[in-house]
Design a protein around this ligand. Structure first.
Ligand SMILES: Cc1cc2nc3c(=O)[nH]c(=O)nc-3n(C[C@H](O)[C@H](O)[C@H](O)COP(=O)(O)OP(=O)(O)OC[C@H]3O[C@@H](n4cnc5c(N)ncnc54)[C@H](O)[C@@H]3O)c2cc1C
Length: 309
């Protein structure tokens, strides 16, 4: 399975493949499983349907590693526009941004300016999540997230359980009352920075999740987003929460659009906070390859679509 994971992660970084694969209708049909569509209107319609099932949403406009300042500025402007549409439609929807899409590779200062525009426009009622990208971006991402959080109350950041450093990072984020989304991690990382074995990542996730919902974290005002589709882990977290008599609103489960849909509905139905991240946009290839890497069996959907009429 590691062979396939590595293969899809390598594909996610190939510009050559991205330029070609996205032209094929069967690849485009396969990606629909994880995306309601390429436009903000598609995402808004999906959010409305999920809201009717008591499920909150987070939007992310796909794109990363932008190298043109004008493009980074347009991405920020796009988020401002979407935030207005979310407000007009009274949706329980937040946004999640990638710093490399806001110009991080060009300059952290330019990126911070774009981030600040989005966070300011979102207003104190709506949190802006910051995605975590590959390990070489972790320091600068946390630095800009802390800077934004010092200036605004409505900022949260993603951390990855596969990194050895994350336990120490989490302590600091808890101390400042930052909202945190905990994930396992989606990038190809070497063994000197990340646990190479899945069982260790899962155990670390559970240990970090316990810290994130602990009494000191709740006292500091931390909002805890536990982002995973791992049913065994979700069961362990619920058992732990019940044993600790935590209220069902003490944390939230977050999943990706189209993955473990029944579980998303079940959690919401049982009164747990359930949130779905909806990705949309035309730059979906690297993101989709990371979804295939998480579950290589998803590649069958691509092949099935090749033969579908
Ligand atoms: C809301 C949200 C935000 C995220 N943000 C980031 C981020 O900012 N940075 C980052 O590095 N990663 C991010 N991720 C991805 C994350 O790091 C994992 O790669 C991804 O969630 C898969 O791990 P898992 O916890 O679901 O567990 P896994 O052990 O990988 O999966 C558990 C089970 O879930 C199902 N499943 C998992 N993934 C898929 C899939 N793609 N297709 C079909 N079934 C699947 C399978 O049944 C699998 O057995 C995010 C994930 C979510 C849910």
């Amino acid at each position: 399975m590691d062979v396939f994971r590595n293969l899809f992660l390598a594909c996610s970084q190939s510009r050559w493949l991205r330029d070609r694969a996205t032209r094929y209708a069967f690849v485009r049909r396969a990606v629909c499983r994880f995306m309601p569509g390429e436009t903000a209107d598609d995402a808004l319609a999906a959010a409305l349907a999920l809201q009717q099932r008591s499920i909150g949403t987070v939007f992310t406009h796909l794109g990363e590693n932008i190298t043109d300042p004008g493009e980074a500025d347009s991405v920020a402007s796009h988020y401002l526009q979407v935030l207005d549409q979310i407000r007009e439609m009274h949706l329980n929807t937040e946004v999640s941004v990638k710093l490399t899409q806001l110009g991080l590779d060009l300059s952290p200062e330019l990126c911070y300016g774009n981030l600040d525009r989005v966070v300011t426009h979102a207003g104190s009622e709506s949190l802006v999540w910051i995605d975590m990208e590959a390990s070489n971006y972790v320091d600068v991402t946390l630095e800009l997230a802390r800077r934004a959080r010092t200036a605004h109350p409505n900022v949260g950041v993603c951390i990855q359980a596969y990194l050895y450093r994350t336990a120490a990072d989490l302590e600091k984020l808890i101390a400042m009352g930052m909202a945190v989304r905990l994930v396992k991690g989606a990038y190809k990382e070497p063994a000197n920075v990340a646990f190479p074995h899945k069982a260790d990542v899962d155990e670390n996730y559970f240990a970090l999740a316990r810290k994130l919902v602990s009494e000191p974290a709740r006292r500091a005002g931390v909002r805890a987003g536990l982002a995973t589709h791992d049913l065994k882990l979700i069961r362990r977290i619920i058992d732990y929460a019940e044993a600790q008599s935590l209220s069902k609103s003490a944390f939230e489960f977050q999943m990706l659009y189209g993955i473990q849909r029944e579980e998303q509905y079940r959690l919401a139905h049982e009164g747990w906070k359930s949130v779905v991240l909806i990705a949309y946009g035309s730059y979906w290839f690297p993101w989709y390859m990371r979804r295939l890497a998480e579950r290589p069996a998803n590649a069958w959907f691509v092949l099935r679509n090749l033969f579908a009429t």
